[in-house]
Design a protein. Structure first.
Length: 294
């Protein structure tokens, strides 16, 4: 794992109640609390701030606690570069889409401008998606790279992983099906909320032990263990780094499990007023966003 990973267990980036003009990073005082869910339910969440200002350089834990006013994405837009995304990486999702198991990872990109915060920040459906209301959800685990990686072997890949967080690969399905490349249909502003916390690879080194669920308005639509991944975390980091530098801060979305709206009969898409939650347990917690129209 990245050396930085050993300096924390999990971190949140947040606006403190004591000074809403500041942005801090820190470790929740309660090691078991689901930060995203607790805040959504109106509960107070106490944090030990770190001396650094980024999860990529967190510094040392301090002893004075702060209360979260608003939780932010673990990384800022200017820290992530292009967001690498893997399509069709769960065997059961390939099956529901009637597609063959891929031989190699399928890569597309989201721009950094698609990165968004957890609730109360919204997921905004652009006007082009509202034409036929085919905005869709994709619950995903995201890998965060902790130091520059290039031509990395699978055996050494975990040396570059800082940790994991939750993500929603929000998609515009008609736009996606009308094109052979997916960057446009999945790259709209706010189409990549992440959070609420990043869990260190030192605390949770085996990502297959996560379970992921997607809930729309409290109803479970996706529920899958990460043992169903086709391409593992080391495989993805190694593959994506061949001939290409993955700078520290790179986010890799690892694909979605079965249960997306486009695969249901009848289809079930997102609309203004919906709440969608990506639950990645243990440790990471629940990424909640409310859906709004542009």
């Amino acid at each position: 794992m990245s050396k930085i990973a050993s300096t924390f267990s999990r971190l949140v980036r947040f606006v403190p109640r004591s000074n809403p003009s500041k942005i801090l990073i820190g470790e929740p005082v309660d090691p078991q609390i689901d930060v995203g869910l607790a805040l959504f339910q109106g509960k107070e969440v106490s944090v030990w701030p770190f001396s650094g200002l980024s999860v990529l350089n967190p510094g040392q834990k301090t002893t004075v606690t702060e209360t979260i006013e608003r939780v932010l994405s673990p990384l800022a837009q200017n820290e992530v570069g292009s967001i690498r995304c893997i399509g069709l990486n769960y065997a059961s999702h390939a099956n529901e889409m009637s597609l063959p198991i891929p031989e190699f990872p399928t890569l597309f990109l989201k721009p950094s401008t698609s990165l968004a915060d957890p609730w109360p920040a919204p997921t905004v459906l652009p006007k082009i998606t509202q034409v036929d209301n085919t905005g869709d959800y994709e619950s995903e685990m995201a890998i965060v790279i902790g130091r520059d990686a290039k031509d990395v072997s699978e055996e050494n890949a975990m040396d570059y992983v800082l940790g994991y967080t939750a993500a929603n690969d929000v998609s515009s399905r008609t736009c996606q099906m009308n094109q052979s490349q997916w960057c446009f249909s999945k790259g709209f502003d706010t189409a990549c909320p992440i959070g609420p916390a990043i869990v260190s690879a030192s605390l949770f080194s085996d990502a297959t032990k996560f379970t992921i669920r997607g809930l729309k308005n409290g109803r479970v639509l996706q529920d899958c263990p990460l043992t169903d991944l086709i391409f593992s975390v080391p495989k993805l980091v190694s593959f994506l780094s061949q001939g290409t530098t993955l700078p520290a801060g790179t986010i890799i979305l690892t694909g979605t499990p079965p249960g997306v709206g486009a695969a249901k009969n009848p289809k079930e898409f997102l609309k203004a007023g919906d709440e969608f939650a990506v639950e990645l347990l243990p440790y990471v917690g629940t990424l909640v966003n409310k859906i709004e129209n542009q």
